[in-house]
Design a protein around this ligand. Structure first.
Ligand code: NDP
Ligand code: 8X3
Length: 251
């Protein structure tokens, strides 16, 4: 994996940040992305002891900003071997009849369109070189719709459809495409979903949720398989979780 370069979106917290740490341990050159520049700088400083790190500070909702940021990569970071499309989040948990349209826009713009913009900026160099690996972070919510999950679940179902589409279209070029689909992972996800409301603190109480590092290790496993092996689609739950709505809690 040494001498490979990975671009990971959403590296300022949670799964993306843990994946950056995991990749750095294995000497993978990193392009860290996110909106919170201060955090990007802190993580860069920590990881530079292990590998080469470059920061791209952009909002995936902004198409021009996204394309320009990726276009601006310096020579040493320009060839992206591994793309981890991780940036994303849920906004709100409301029944469809009282959902907030700004929340809907945010989820579709970030989770679906943002992922497409980043991919659009990077895929041509992979097809040109006839190599590359793209992993899209979907969700158990992309396989199963749960009450009040409506638009978030739709956005993650879209991620899975896009992953399949990419795998089919990029097959002739030898580019690997797969998705990793976690259940409940204890990150800033619920703080964002509930906009800082105290309800977010209860989401991971009473059971051992997945940790960001658990998913980061699985992502590293996926990208470090031999050339003929592609992990196309992986669903990962904490042991306490059986489906989106069945979680064994012990209080
Ligand atoms: P976090 O909230 O901890 O991390 C989300 C990351 O996405 C942050 O680094 C954030 O960076 C980035 N991000 C959000 N919006 C934007 C934007 N507009 N432009 C650029 N970057 C953005 O959550 P997780 O680590 O849990 O989430 C990572 C992925 O995993 C998401 O796609 C999520 O849907 C998925 N997932 C999470 C699960 C969970 O239970 N936690 C389970 C299944 C899937 P910044 O704010 O600095 O821009
Ligand atoms: C995150 C998992 O169940 O909170 O995608 O939607 S869930």
């Amino acid at each position: 994996m040494k001498n490979k370069t990975a671009l990971i979106t959403g590296t300022t917290s949670g799964i993306g940040e843990a994946t950056a740490y995991e990749f750095a341990k294995h000497g993978i050159n990193l392009v860290l992305c996110g909106r919170r520049l201060k955090r990007l700088n802190t993580i860069k400083k920590a990881l530079e002891r292990l590998t080469n790190v470059h920061i791209l500070n952009f909002d995936v909702r902004n198409k021009d900003e996204t394309l320009k940021a990726i276009e601006s990569l310096p020579k040493d970071f320009k060839n992206i071997d591994i793309l981890i499309n991780n940036a994303g989040n849920a906004h709100g948990l409301d029944p469809i009849h009282s959902g907030n349209t700004d929340d809907w826009d945010a989820m579709m713009d970030i989770n679906v369109k943002g992922l497409l913009y980043v991919s659009k900026a990077i895929i041509p160099q992979m097809t040109e070189r006839q190599s590359g690996h793209i992993i899209n972070i979907g969700s158990s919510a992309g396989k199963e719709v749960y009450p009040k999950g409506n638009v978030y679940c739709a956005s993650k179902h879209a991620v899975l459809a896009i992953t399949e589409g990419m795998r089919i279209d990029l097959n002739p070029f030898g580019v690997k495409v797969g998705s990793i689909n976690p259940g409940l992972v204890e990150t800033e996800f619920s703080q964002v979903r509930f906009k800082g409301d105290a309800i977010a603190d209860n989401v991971y109480k009473g059971f051992k949720a997945l940790q960001a590092k658990d998913i980061a290790e699985i992502i590293y496993f996926a990208i470090s398989r031999p050339p003929h092996v592609n992990i196309a689609d992986l669903l990962v739950f904490p042991t306490a979780q059986a489906s989106s709505t069945i979680v064994k809690k012990e209080f």
